[in-house]
Design a protein around this ligand. Structure first.
Ligand SMILES: Nc1ncnc2c1ncn2[C@@H]1O[C@H](COP(=O)(O)OP(=O)(O)OP(=O)(O)O)[C@@H](O)[C@H]1O
Ligand SMILES: [Mg+2]
Length: 339
């Protein structure tokens, strides 16, 4: 701006000196130079002051938004940015930041709940373990009694080990630290193998198992993790379905990926519980499914599904039982689920 003023003034000086060739005495020349210099200095100063004021005015909302955002910390994640939330130019920015805070708050609360749940779930088996060992040590026991205590302690330890392994797998999958090893896998063979593994319980409960295994091409999935998901979905269906009930398993494949559905004729899942069953330690509050497990199976299935870039949905089956539908895209994480 100042350079422009100097150039314009120079041009004006030159044009005036040419126009007033005869009257352009040294005195006039000095007066004109002084007048033009004053214009340049005053103009530059006014420009600088104006620019400084305008910049401050333009940046002020950003400073206010930044200041409010900076004050929000882990303990105050429920706060939202209100500065300029209704100003046309900043509405989108503030809304975007508030949506980000909402996501962070949700994640943070989930982590908090998980930590509290882990503590709660650890306390019970550890208290039982400690009680048994303390009672056993209070007096001399027979070798048989010691063996019983050790057997029971081993059961608690196995439960704890299983829980910590499940938790580790879930958190590694959520943090994308679990490396997928996708290969061409025969989905039907995996489902058949897992069903065979449940044969004894199926027989014992006199369950009817319907299979509609129509995945006619190999799917590109991590076979070990896929088998784990199938095992969890099937074992839930078998566990929650009462004696004489029915479990239906279906597979289907296409160029985009594979679909698996597991449906049962058990008590089903209440509408209010459906959105939560994939959360760690969530056990639906139904009298018929309460207290039957740790509540980590479906959280693991959900985490492995997301790692594959797939989708899983729980719903109520037509006959009243539970239905789980899993869709995995070919090729693991990143690609979309089959259409
Ligand atoms: N097929 C089903 N029928 C009815 N309820 C189900 C079914 N599958 C899951 N649920 C409900 O969802 C909850 C969470 O299931 P999830 O498999 O995560 O836990 P769990 O079976 O209780 O324990 P875990 O799998 O860790 O041994 C269950 O406690 C149960 O209330
Ligand atoms: Mg389970």
């Amino acid at each position: 701006m100042a350079v422009g003023l100097v150039l314009a003034t120079g041009a004006l000086f030159w044009a005036t000196s040419r126009t007033m060739k005869d009257q352009f005495t040294p005195r006039v020349e000095v007066d004109l130079a002084l007048a033009l210099a004053t214009v340049v200095i005053a103009g530059t100063a006014a420009t600088l002051v104006g620019a400084w004021w305008f910049t401050g005015w333009a940046v002020q909302p950003v400073s206010e938004i930044t200041e409010q955002a900076t004050r929000i910390e882990a303990g105050t994640l429920d706060q939202r940015i209100v500065a300029h939330a209704d100003t046309d130019e900043y509405r989108d920015l503030v809304a975007m930041l508030n949506r980000m805070l909402e996501r962070l708050e949700r994640q943070f609360n989930a982590q908090r709940r998980l930590t509290a749940d882990v503590g709660h779930e650890l306390r019970h088996p550890l208290t039982a373990l400690r009680g048994e060992i303390e009672v056993a040590l209070r007096a001399d026991r027979s070798p048989r009694e010691y063996r019983n205590v050790l057997r029971s302690a081993l059961e608690e330890i196995e439960h704890l080990t299983g829980m910590s392994e499940d938790l580790l797998l879930i958190s590694r999958a959520e943090a994308h630290l679990l490396v997928l090893r996708p290969t061409q896998a025969d989905v039907n063979a995996i489902v058949t193998r897992e069903l065979d593994g449940l044969h004894a319980v199926v027989e014992e409960k006199d369950l009817t198992v319907d299979r509609s295994l129509a995945a006619d091409r190999p799917a590109t999935v991590d076979p070990a993790l896929f088998a784990r998901m199938v095992q969890h979905l099937l074992s839930n269906a078998v566990k929650f379905t009462p004696v004489g009930g029915r479990v239906s398993v279906a597979t289907k494949s296409g160029p985009e990926g594979v679909r698996l559905s597991v449906q049962d004729s058990g008590p089903g899942i209440a509408l209010a519980d459906l959105p939560h069953v994939f959360e760690p330690f969530y056990r639906a509050n139904s009298a018929r499914t309460r207290g039957t497990g740790t509540g980590l199976g479906l959280a693991m299935v959900g985490a492995i599904t997301r790692l594959h870039g797939g989708r899983i949905q729980a719903s109520s089956a037509d006959g009243g039982g539970a239905r789980f539908e899993l869709e995995l895209p070919n090729g693991g994480s990143g690609s979309g689920p089959p259409g």
